[in-house]
Write a protein that binds this ligand. Structure first.
Ligand SMILES: [Zn+2]
Ligand SMILES: [Zn+2]
Length: 345
């Protein structure tokens, strides 16, 4: 017996206005494979295995060092740039630092900042629901890479339209990268990492390509993927036990300090993305602080120990603040906001 004939439902929108919405699309959502994206992922991963093989039998030692150097250096473009600065507005940066970060981020090859931050804000605001682009409730593989090769849930498409991105639209460096993303990808994601070893130490271009494009790119991609998969599954949840994100040491080491994910989902505006005071397990915080010393990074937001303690004791609830994407979100409580304003440096 079909119930699809009249599948409309009454919902309340953000202004509390009741409207009728057709539910057919949601109810019968069946993801389909995006073949181009699947082919790209297969090419990157298969080529990475070949690149790893070449590192053992053919590549110069310096080329392998270079690949790992690029992985970590460009990683700051993701962690300090696209994530803490542009997605969460957890601190502010003067234009020279934003330029450095956007170049590093482009080398990492993770789409443009505007697109990355949009999905990341949706992820925080609607975490673990159908509206979350990499909803971990659909399993490890989906949260890790599956979401990139499948058509998104209609709720994701809809929620993407409602996220406030005015701050990014007003950032000329972000919009410059967005406009020129394809040539910049060619130049910085492929060209620079591959040709530098050829030019400076006569590496074979074939070897350099598989090592410094495929292998290097694949390592970076998977490090970022693990934050969405492993750091939403395995580890403690000291700040809120009712949400999936966890405190994951291994992911933190691999991602320059981005694995303290339970804390980060509870306090997404904290530029440290963790409670840790030292840099050994959070190198990105050291990176931002170093630029703060010369005045290029400023207005670093962080959370007082009182506020952390307060939240940790309330962790049975779980609904509190889990829908916040970062600093400036309308859902931050007045109490939290006033305390934050007092702490700005
Ligand atoms: Zn997350
Ligand atoms: Zn985040």
């Amino acid at each position: 017996m079909s119930s699809s004939k009249n599948n409309n439902c009454m919902i309340k929108d953000e202004n509390n206005t009741t409207k009728i919405e057709n539910n057919d699309e949601r109810q019968f959502y069946k993801p389909t494979i995006k073949w181009l994206d699947l082919t790209a992922q297969i090419f990157i991963h298969a080529g990475a295995i070949y690149g790893l093989y070449l590192m053992f039998i053919q590549a110069k030692l310096l080329t392998s060092f270079w690949a790992f150097f690029v992985v970590y250096a460009s990683g700051f473009g993701i962690t300090a740039g696209a994530h803490r600065l542009w997605s969460h507005r957890a601190y502010k940066a003067k234009w020279p630092l934003r330029l450095i970060l956007i170049i590093l981020f482009t080398i990492s090859g993770q789409k443009d900042v505007h697109a990355w931050a949009l999905d990341h804000r949706v992820h925080h605001k609607y975490s673990e629901t159908d509206s979350d682009p990499h909803n971990v409730k659909r399993g490890f593989f989906f949260a890790h890479v599956g979401w990139l090769i499948l058509t998104p849930h209609p709720d994701v498409v809809e929620k993407r339209k409602n996220v406030d991105l005015k701050d990014l639209d007003a950032d000329q460096i972000v919009m410059w990268q967005k406009r020129l993303y394809i040539p910049l990808f060619g130049l910085l994601t492929i060209g620079l990492p591959v040709f530098l070893p050829v030019y400076y130490w006569n590496e074979d271009i074939w070897t350099s390509f598989w090592v410094n494009f495929n292998f290097r790119f694949c390592v970076t991609l998977n490090m970022a993927f693990f934050v969405n998969s492993a750091a939403h599954m395995w580890g403690g949840r000291p700040y809120d036990k009712n949400i999936t994100p966890t405190e994951n040491l291994t992911v933190s080491i691999a991602t320059l300090g981005e694995g303290w994910h339970n804390y980060h989902h509870v306090f997404p505006w904290d530029y440290k993305t963790s409670e840790l005071g030292d840099y050994s397990l959070n190198i990105t915080t050291g990176f931002i602080d170093a630029f703060a010393n010369i005045g290029w990074a400023y207005d670093r937001k962080y959370v007082s120990s009182k506020m952390i303690k307060h939240r940790a004791t309330k962790n049975g609830d779980g609904s509190y603040n889990k829908n916040i994407w970062g600093y400036g979100d309308k859902d931050i409580t007045t109490e939290d906001h006033q305390e934050l304003e007092k702490m700005l440096d």
